[in-house]
Design a protein around this ligand. Structure first.
Ligand SMILES: [Ca+2]
Ligand SMILES: [Ca+2]
Length: 88
């Protein structure tokens, strides 16, 4: 579970996926790492700034996972607000 102001981004390890939750077959030893990002941080540098906002605007209306902070399947006004509210 993500801490406040952070959101789940993806799993890495034996499988890489944005799905959360995701189903896996445990038929051998496997390892996974959950990656989280600051809400509003599109490029993953832990700073929310103009670069993130410009990327978000370019992704407007798409399902771009990096800019879809609320994970509702579309980059829209709520993601824009999230970016502004977590600026800095
Ligand atoms: Ca950033
Ligand atoms: Ca969204």
């Amino acid at each position: 579970m993500a801490s406040i102001n952070w959101h789940f981004h993806h799993w890495s390890g034996d499988e890489e996926t944005y799905a959360n939750p995701f189903t896996l077959c445990m038929n051998e030893s496997k390892s996974f790492t959950a990656h989280f990002r600051r809400i509003g941080d599109v490029d993953g540098n832990e700073i929310v700034n103009l670069i993130d906002l410009l990327y978000l605007i370019a992704a407007w209306g798409s399902a771009d996972h990096d800019a879809d902070f609320d994970h509702n399947g579309v980059v829209n006004f709520m993601d824009f607000l999230d970016c502004l509210l977590h600026w800095g």
